[in-house]
Design a protein around this ligand. Structure first.
Ligand code: UT7
Length: 334
C-alpha cells in the first residue's frame, strides 16, 4: 500500500468583510450575542457580481495549492470537491474545476457531506492514493453560503454563523514518512431533519416552487436545531478524535495541531478542555471567517501552515461534525 502526503495547501476568501455590527442592518442581532455564543467577529461574504462561486473560489484556492506543491493542472489525476452550495443543482462543481483549471479529462467527484465534507473528501482521495490508482489528487472544500441565508430576524440563529470561502490541498503519493495514518467516518441519518435544506429536492421539485408554492413555506432556507446540534457535536467531536488516536496508539498530548471544523468557538473550547489540550495544540480561526462548512478545515489548515504552526512530521488531526448527522476524523502525519 502507498502512503499519502499533503504537498500543497491553498485558500481563498472573498475580500468583502462583514462584521457582526454590519448584520444589524438586516436583522435584530448584536455583536455581543454573536461573539459570546459563537466566537465569530466577522465573516467574508461574496458581493453579487464579483464572480465568486463555490467553483471559482475553489479554483482560486486550488491554484495556490498546486503552485505550492510545484505541480501543474496536467499533473492532477483526480478531483474531489466538497460543498453544500454548488453552482448548479447538477452537475457538481468538480467538473467545473476540471474545466477552469485546464486539467486533462480526469475524473471529478463531488462530496455532499456538509460540515464533515472535507474529511470525507480527504478520506476518499487517500484511498485512491493508497491503492496506487492515482498519484496526485486535488481535494477542495468550497462554499458560497451568503446567497442562501435568511437574513431577516427570523433566520438570525443561522444567518449570523455562515461564511464564504474555499480551501484546497494536493494529496500526493508519499515518498517519505508523511502519511494519512487513519480516517474514521460516521453517520446517523435519523437526525437528518435537524440541520437541513429541504428545497429543492425530490419532494419539492423546482416546478412545485414555480406553480404551487406556499409563501409561508421557508424550507428553501437552511434549518438548524442549534441546541440539539450543539449537544451532539460536543460528544461526537471528542469521540471521533479519540477513535482516531486510539487506532494509532496516540493520546491527545501527542497531537501537534488539532484542526476542528470551525462550527462554533464554544464547541472547539469544549473539545479542547475535554481532551486536556493546550491552546497551541488547537487551530481556531472562526473569529475571522465564521463557519465555512466544507471549506473550514482546508482554510484553517492552510492558515496554520502559513503561520508555521504545521511542520513536516507533525501529528495533525482533523475532526468535524454536522448535518446528516455525519462526523469523522483524519489523523495525519504531516
Ligand atoms: O457546522 C455545522 C454544525 N453546526 C453547529 O455545530 C452549530 C451548533 N449550534 C450552535 O452553535 C448554537 O446552538 C447556536 C450558535 C446556533 C445558537 O446558540 P445557542 O446558545 O444555542 O442559542 P439559542 O438558539 O438557544 O438561542 C438563545 C436566544 C433565543 O432567544 P430566547 O428564545 O432565549 O428569547 C434566540 O431567539 O438567542 C436568540 N438568538 C439571537 N439573538 C441575537 C438566536 N440567534 C440570535 C442572534 N442574535 N443572531
Amino acid at each position: 500500500m502507498y502512503k499519502s502526503k499533503i504537498t500543497g495547501l491553498g485558500k481563498y476568501v472573498p475580500d468583502n468583510i462583514v462584521t457582526n455590527n454590519d448584520l444589524t442592518k438586516y436583522m435584530d442581532t448584536n455583536d455581543q450575542w454573536i461573539r459570546e455564543r459563537t466566537g465569530i467577529e466577522e465573516r467574508r461574504w461574496a458581493v453579487p457580481g464579483d464572480g465568486n462561486t463555490a467553483a471559482t473560489m475553489g479554483v482560486k484556492a486550488a491554484k495556490i495549492a498546486l503552485e505550492r506543491a510545484n505541480l501543474t493542472p496536467k499533473d492532477i489525476d483526480f478531483i474531489v470537491f466538497a460543498t453544500l452550495s454548488p453552482d448548479y443543482y447538477f452537475p457538481g462543481s468538480g467538473v467545473q474545476v476540471q474545466d477552469m483549471l485546464g486539467c486533462d479529462t480526469i475524473g471529478a467527484l463531488d462530496v455532499r457531506n456538509q460540515c464533515s465534507g472535507f474529511i470525507y473528501a480527504l478520506t476518499t482521495a487517500d484511498q485512491f492514493i493508497k491503492t496506487g490508482m492515482y498519484k496526485n489528487i486535488l481535494v477542495i472544500g468550497s462554499e458560497l453560503q451568503s446567497t442562501g441565508l435568511d437574513l431577516s430576524t427570523r433566520g438570525r440563529g443561522v444567518g449570523v454563523i455562515f461564511g464564504d470561502g474555499a480551501g484546497a490541498v494536493v494529496l500526493s503519493r508519499s515518498d517519505d514518512d508523511s502519511d494519512i495514518l487513519s480516517n474514521h467516518l460516521h453517520s446517523e441519518g435519523k437526525y437528518a431533519s435537524e440541520l437541513t435544506v429541504k428545497v429543492p429536492g425530490g419532494e419539492n421539485p423546482p416546478n412545485k416552487l414555480v406553480e404551487n408554492w406556499d409563501p409561508e413555506d421557508l424550507t428553501y432556507y437552511p434549518y438548524m436545531n442549534g441546541n440539539y446540534v450543539f449537544k451532539h457535536a460536543v460528544t461526537r467531536f471528542p469521540e471521533a478524535i479519540m477513535e482516531g488516536l486510539k487506532a494509532n496508539n496516540l493520546t491527545p498530548q501527542d497531537i501537534d495541531l488539532l484542526i476542528p471544523h470551525q462550527a462554533n468557538l464554544r464547541i472547539s473550547q469544549f473539545v479542547q478542555k475535554r481532551l486536556r489540550m493546550k491552546d497551541e495544540q488547537i487551530m481556531n480561526n472562526i473569529q475571522k471567517y465564521g463557519n465555512t462548512t466544507a471549506a473550514s478545515i482546508p482554510i484553517a489548515m492552510t492558515e496554520a501552515w502559513e503561520q508555521g504552526r504545521m511542520k513536516r512530521g507533525d501529528i495533525v488531526v482533523t475532526a468535524a461534525f454536522g448535518s446528516g448527522f455525519t462526523w469523522g476524523s483524519n489523523i495525519i502525519k504531516f
